[in-house]
Design a protein around this ligand. Structure first.
Ligand code: ASP
Length: 323
């Protein structure tokens, strides 16, 4: 056999075995990194969706919570993980849309260091407060925060997180700059909101619906043009007197760059099946999540979403926050 033919044959065999390998994927458990503490919105969505995905894939999906630095610590870990289909992550509008606008030395590029798998859920943003916060509606809330800027406690999941950037928007509109306490996620933050240790936060609906229904915290507005079906009593920001405050977040699955295309396709297929499953979809919608259809949950749609969100958030945050 000529040297050339030998190489060609070796190449064909290597390709053949990689193909066969991907066909049997997954053969062991998959780790899904959640870059925030357990119990928060990203964690809740990850657990609901991965539960059904693991049935389609025939292997467990284990959630690993890696909090810190507004979700960028866990996202960096995922970006640098082996691209073998066994480490994926649930990112969101903060980690993959906005964070580069707040971290000049961020260790990953949301557009080039990941393979987008698909969008899991849209999550409208609400302004919420401890239940005895002295403001009965959004107008009073705005007036109170302006008058007591030095005294009020805002909290978030760290710079670049959704709760951070959406309250940056709010504060920019109110022209205030109150103290903001960073948490590892809005799950633990919510506990402190319920117990009254902090005053208010901007957070994703899926984290808030159960507590709002139980009356342990209160909501001033949902930052959407229409009221959320899951929380029909919460007025929109327009009804409340702050019509320019319109922001809805999203959570989506990413794999490290270089994860073979057919593995990404299998993960996407499992995600789409999870979102079409009435029980899984119902759980997300009961919490106020907006569930995409197959086209909205495609890898291509997520690649476009990340590009659009980077173009929207990065210059905005660079202009508003001193670096
Ligand atoms: N996703 C939340 C945020 O960015 C944090 C969390 O999931 O706990 O604020």
């Amino acid at each position: 056999m000529t040297g050339l033919r030998k190489w060609a044959l070796a190449g064909a065999l290597a390709l053949g075995s990689a193909g066969a390998f991907a066909q049997s994927y997954p053969t062991k458990q998959i780790t899904m990194i959640v870059p925030f503490a357990a119990g928060g919105p990203t964690d809740v969505i990850a657990r609901i969706v991965s539960d059904h995905m693991s049935k389609t894939l025939g292997q467990p999906i284990i959630i690993e919570n890696v909090g810190g630095a507004g979700g960028t610590t866990g996202s960096t870990r995922a970006a640098k993980a082996a691209p073998d289909g066994y480490t994926i992550m649930m990112g969101h509008m903060g980690t993959h849309g906005a964070a580069p606008g707040l971290y000049p030395n961020i260790a990953y590029n949301p557009q080039t260091d990941f393979e987008p798998v698909g969008l899991a859920a849209g999550t409208p943003i609400l302004i919420v407060a401890r239940k005895d916060f002295p403001a009965k509606d959004l107008k009073e809330f705005m007036a109170y925060v302006k008058a007591n800027e030095a005294k009020v406690n805002n909290a978030d999941a760290g710079p670049g997180s959704v709760s951070n950037i959406t309250c940056i928007l709010l504060h920019d509109m109110l022209k205030v700059n109150p103290v903001t306490i960073p948490y590892q996620g809005t799950g633990p933050l919510l506990n402190d909101l319920v117990s009254g240790k902090i005053d208010y936060a901007c957070d994703q609906i899926v984290n808030l619906t159960p507590q709002l229904k139980a009356g342990t915290i209160k909501a001033y507005a949902v930052a959407m043009p229409a009221r959320a079906k899951a929380l029909p009593d919460v007025p929109t920001s327009t009804e409340g007197g702050l019509p320019d405050y319109q922001v809805s977040a999203w959570n989506a699955i990413f794999a490290p760059k270089g994860t073979p295309k057919d593995m990404v396709a299998k993960l996407n297929d499992a995600l789409v099946k999870a979102l079409a499953d009435p029980a899984t979809k119902g759980k997300l919608e009961d919490l106020g999540g907006i569930v995409p259809d197959a086209q909205g949950a495609s890898s291509a749609a997520l690649a476009e979403l990340v590009k659009r969100e980077n173009a929207r958030w990065i210059p905005l945050l660079k202009s508003k926050v001193k670096q």
